[in-house]
Design a protein around this ligand. Structure first.
Ligand code: SF4
Length: 310
């Protein structure tokens, strides 16, 4: 079975320094050859090939994808091929590039660590909360489908009510995501899990209950791996090389290496729940159905400059 999802790490350059992210901390990422990601024609040909191989969803991530100058051309090409596009960004330069990107992505996910300026900026290592809020406003004005992507740690999960309030104020969906880092989630005790589950019922909140259950059970077991990264996801690096089974375990055995112990790298683990028949698959299907009932429709696009409303 060919994967239908591609995680495209279009660059490993980043303008953020998040405390839980390895990309900016590891020289392995920062020294990566980025020249090929400038190869517009090469990316177009690669996307055509991926489409023929069955890719239906393209997650564009990084690093910070908005640092890639020709990003709009890449998204346009994928859109032309009928691929669903989910763009991940920290929002820092989004207000400056929003018009070029307008109407191209199916979803734009804006990363948030805390729903307040002090804590978010401290976690990110730079002042960026005001840019995040400005991004949400801009995305709304331009009719984009914005998702506020809230990475929950043992600490930030305490601010869930404020995060929901912020998302509702800006008319976006709040996507709840436990942090990948095992050290950040191992403290999710029963009461915290119950607390998070309670918010699943909110109309503005999107959560995969399989993800929460997997985090509660301490992630992937190397003895009996639940990871299906190779079958579920294709990984594309900035130089357009494909690696597997995932970005973090290149060339190793799927779910069985040391790095796989307690793994909760959701860009791979969540799609893994599409495979197999167990409680995670059931919770995943149920969550998709439940979330789809409450997703708000994309707001109408405002006219482009010089264009009149119809
Ligand atoms: S590190 Fe990669 S291969 Fe290992 S369990 Fe996590 S996603 Fe799967």
């Amino acid at each position: 079975m060919n994967p239908r999802i591609c995680n495209f790490y279009i660059t490993f350059q980043c303008n953020d320094t998040c405390e839980f992210c390895q990309v900016w901390q590891s020289s392995g990422y920062s020294s990566y050859d980025l020249r090929a990601s400038e190869d517009k024609q090469g990316i177009g040909i690669k996307l055509e090939e991926l489409k023929k191989r069955g890719i239906q969803i393209l997650n564009i991530d990084g690093g910070e994808p908005l640092l890639v100058e020709h990003l709009p051309r890449v998204i346009e090409k994928a859109k032309e091929l009928g691929i669903f596009i989910r763009l991940f960004t920290n929002g820092i330069v989004y207000p400056d590039r929003a018009k070029e990107l307008r109407g191209l992505s199916d979803e734009i996910c804006f990363a948030m660590d805390y729903p307040s300026a002090d804590a978010h900026d401290r976690s990110r290592g730079i002042e960026s909360f005001s840019e995040l809020i400005s991004s949400l406003k801009t995305a709304r004005e331009l009719g984009e489908k914005a998702i506020l992507f809230f990475t929950m740690t043992r600490d930030s999960v305490l601010y869930l009510p404020e995060a929901v309030e912020l998302a509702e104020k800006h008319g976006t969906i709040l996507q709840l995501n436990p942090v990948y880092d095992f050290n950040g989630t191992q403290g999710f005790d029963k009461d915290t899990v119950r607390h998070i589950r309670y918010f699943f019922k909110r109309k503005s909140v999107r959560l995969d209950m399989a993800v929460l259950e997997f985090a509660r059970n301490r992630g992937n077991s190397v003895l009996l791996p639940r990871c299906r990264a190779s079958q579920a996801v294709l990984t594309l690096l900035p130089d357009l090389k494909e690696v597997g089974p995932c970005l973090y375990n290149q060339g190793g055995r799927q779910g069985r290496e040391d790095i796989c112990s307690s793994c909760m790298r959701w860009p791979y683990i969540e799609p893994s729940f599409e495979m197999g028949f167990d409680k995670y698959r059931m919770l995943h299907i149920y969550s998709k159905w439940y979330n789809s009932k409450k997703l708000t429709p994309r707001p109408p696009l405002l006219p482009r400059e010089g264009q009149q409303r119809g």
